[in-house]
Design a protein around this ligand. Structure first.
Ligand code: SF4
Ligand code: SF4
Length: 397
């Protein structure tokens, strides 16, 4: 059995969030006095530098409320995060974290210093490189943002730990685990390493910013901010994600981390086995929350989707929009498959090689202009064309 606190949180007011967060900790049976004298690693979601109202990053006010609690209870906080391309300092400042950092003097871990953590029970992977300063912490406060995701459908508490992998090493994991199923397996092996791979074990506290969430083509600038008005807290990241996805009405069967995590003993994914304290799911539920349109799901088998011919027929591919593209080439720099080339003189966007592309959608996540959209595979486009007039399809691009 796992316990998740679900709280209504109508606005980004530091005092109000801090007060409700304290109550949430009490509801899940966590005493913040345990922070006294301890190193506390604080992990927000800073996918890329982005204004807080875009709902791409954990809101700085939400982060600051958690930071205040740690400091007031004698903890020694440090920010641990590593955006894929930007420096963490730049991402923090451009995402509105500057005032909180300056006021509290909290330090930021150097993501270039790394350490290895193991998960002997890992199913696909057992050895992981992470930001070294995580190793010194007794507590990790994981502060995910409630968002949709192209590859994993939903990105919440479990996926947010992926940010402990330093910089471009993240993209390499997409190469090692190219399908959604493999990447899910990796994410869970990695979560298992953070949860169980240290001696003594660290205490993981997951507190989700679900006040303003990201719907549609998340987790980056392609998504849309959507007010949901909740905060969730739990020591069980899997259970927290199960409750969060229920609040926004996402199909939990499409969130592979939930069921697989439970079968691996990493947490509770079934709602009926979770004790929800505070508000009920029904009282906080929002309707019409838009999922990511991507059809790549963990159930997709490795073969034949890794064949480039079949892949191009079936899977959605990332296509840059010349009207929005500024030719910054961040997509090229993040692409783990080296499938994106520098823009040629007579072209308006970088060129994508879909034979090399592994459909990890890192380019979509990172594009600061939201200029990369999904184009359906040829087979799906033909099926949809035939369906026109039957009122069964969404508009084609
Ligand atoms: S598609 Fe996006 S990330 Fe790529 S060059 Fe254009 S604006 Fe930059
Ligand atoms: S082109 Fe985009 S989706 Fe394809 S491999 Fe590169 S980053 Fe991933």
């Amino acid at each position: 059995m796992a316990t998740v606190s679900l709280a209504r949180c109508p606005e980004y007011s530091r005092d109000a969030i801090r007060g409700r967060m304290m109550r949430s900790l009490e509801e899940i049976g966590f005493d913040p006095n345990r922070f006294r004298g301890a190193r506390v690693a604080m992990k927000p979601n800073l996918l890329l530098p982005a204004a807080p109202d875009k709902a791409i990053v954990t809101h700085p006010v939400f982060f600051e409320a958690a930071l205040d609690i740690v400091i007031e209870h004698g903890g020694r906080p440090i920010v641990v995060e590593s955006p894929a391309l930007a420096s963490v300092e730049k991402a923090l400042r451009r995402s509105g974290y500057g005032p909180a950092l300056d006021r509290t003097g909290v330090g930021v871990a150097d993501a270039t210093g790394t350490a290895i953590v193991h998960n002997e029970r890992g199913v696909a992977f057992k050895r992981f490189e992470i930001i070294r300063e995580v190793c010194d912490a007794e507590f990790i406060i994981n502060l995910p943002k409630m968002k949709t995701h192209g590859l994993t459908y939903f990105t919440g508490a479990v996926k947010n730990y992926f940010g402990l992998v330093p910089g471009l090493e993240k993209a390499q994991w997409h190469l090692r685990a190219p399908t959604a199923a493999e990447f899910t397996s990796f994410l869970l092996d990695f979560y298992g390493a953070i949860r169980d791979g240290f001696s003594p074990r660290k205490t993981l506290l997951n507190i989700m910013d679900g006040i303003c969430a990201l719907e549609g083509e998340g987790p980056g600038p392609g998504g849309r901010a959507r007010f949901v008005g909740v905060m969730l807290a739990s020591e069980d990241a899997v259970a927290l994600d199960a409750v969060a996805s229920a609040v926004v009405g996402l199909d939990r069967e499409k969130i592979p981390t939930l069921a697989i995590a439970e079968s691996r003993g990493l947490g509770v994914g079934a709602l009926e086995n979770i004790t929800i304290v505070g508000e009920s799911v029904s009282s906080c539920a929002v309707s019409g929350f838009v999922p990511n349109r991507s059809t790549v799901r963990s159930g997709a088998p490795r073969w034949p989707f890794t064949s480039s011919f079949v892949k191009n027929l079936v899977l959605e591919r990332p296509v840059p929009d010349a009207r929005l593209c500024t030719r910054c080439h961040q997509c090229r720099d993040i692409c783990p498959a080296r499938a994106i080339s520098t823009t040629a003189k007579n072209e308006k966007t970088p060129r994508f090689d879909y034979a090399l592309c592994i459909r990890c959608y890192c380019c979509m996540e990172i594009c600061p202009e939201g200029a990369i959209e999904l184009q359906k595979g040829i087979v799906k486009r033909i099926i949809m064309r035939r369906s026109v007039g039957k009122n069964t399809i969404e508009p084609m691009r």
